[in-house]
Design a protein around this ligand. Structure first.
Ligand SMILES: [Fe+2]
Length: 105
């Protein structure tokens, strides 16, 4: 069993923090899966195989979204920043700066 996701002794972390760490790792893994399917689809020549990969990548979109939603519910300040960046019109970097400045408002 690997405990590589922890940067502090696991026995010193609360159950809530260990769950948070697991979900962060899950989020990373879902993003990595989305990337891997993207690359595989790009090089795959067999249309049936590509269709299966496309379907699988779409599953990973859902997994990523659920992981992110779980984490955002646990971290209101993170959610606040995300709400000011995601699905917002305009310049992404400017929205990020505005979001960062509003964290403690
Ligand atoms: Fe997944």
């Amino acid at each position: 069993m690997s405990f590589d996701q922890y940067h502090e002794p696991p026995e010193e972390l609360s159950a809530e923090v260990r769950t948070f760490a697991r979900m962060i790792l899950s989020l990373i893994e879902e993003a990595q899966a989305i990337d891997w399917y993207e690359q595989r689809m790009h090089v795959e020549q067999d249309e049936d195989a590509k269709a299966i990969m496309t379907n699988a990548q779409q599953e990973e979109f859902k997994h990523f979204a659920m992981d992110l939603e779980f984490l955002l519910r646990k971290k209101p300040k993170w959610k606040k920043v995300v709400q000011k960046v995601l699905f917002q019109p305009g310049d992404i970097v400017e929205n990020g700066e505005i979001a960062e400045k509003s964290i403690d408002e």
